[in-house]
Design a protein around this ligand. Structure first.
Ligand code: ADP
Ligand code: MN
Length: 197
């Protein structure tokens, strides 16, 4: 049967962006707040976060064998998107929902699985510095910088999803990161409130 839209009680959120824009950093900050909300040590205002979960898609690709091998020259998995979607489907279509999905692409996810797409962006200078620390091969470095300048992820999100569920958040400084995480948490609280969860 086709899933009923919004049958889940927590929103699924894709955190996307060019490598180095801060997806994992944001998701880990959210995960810390989720853990505190779940064990009751967080602020009362974070209670709505208790059922969320961080899904590090890179780990799913690796541990679930959702790939056709490792591209050594490019230093990344050759991702099998069909296998990846199969691996993610139980969590993302569950009644619990609440998946915070950390991935450098977004348009592979069916629109019915997705409640919010956060596209993180960074200026060229901080992005270059962050990628340089990773010792990326020059071609991969340049490709990522170009993709960010061309706003490839933002276009991908807008092509695949309704405009009202796509938000672009700048991720240049730690203050940006903190404000973004607060904003995502507030959005989750409002989403549940709107649906009487
Ligand atoms: P991604 O998961 O998108 O590839 P990461 O979260 O791993 O990016 O971040 C890459 C690097 O950039 C990390 O060293 C992280 O600490 C730093 N970083 C990410 N976002 C910010 C930010 N908003 N301000 C300062 N440093 C950041
Ligand atoms: Mn990451």
């Amino acid at each position: 049967d086709a899933p009923v839209e919004h049958a889940r009680r927590n929103p699924n959120i894709i955190i996307t962006g060019t490598p180095g824009t801060g997806k994992t950093t944001h998701c880990e900050a959210l995960a810390a707040r989720i853990a505190a909300a779940a064990d009751g040590t967080g602020p009362e205002s974070d209670a709505a976060l208790a059922e969320l979960r961080h899904i590090a898609v890179n780990d799913v690709v690796r541990d679930g064998n959702c790939h056709d091998g490792w591209d050594a020259a490019y230093q990344s998995w050759l991702v099998d998107e069909d296998k990846l979607l199969d691996a993610l489907e139980p969590d993302m279509t569950s009644a619990r929902g609440g998946c915070i999905v950390d991935w450098h692409a977004c348009d592979l996810f069916p629109a019915s699985w997705v409640d919010l797409v956060v596209v993180l962006t960074a200026d060229t200078e901080p992005l270059y510095d962050r990628l340089a620390l990773r010792n990326y091969p020059e071609a991969k470095m340049q490709e990522n910088i170009d993709a960010e300048i061309m706003q490839v992820l933002l276009a991908e999100a807008h092509d695949a999803y309704e405009p009202e569920i796509v938000v672009e958040l700048a991720s240049n400084t730690p203050d940006d990161m903190e404000a973004n995480v607060d904003r995502i948490a507030a959005w989750v609280t409002q989403w549940r409130k709107d649906r009487g969860v």
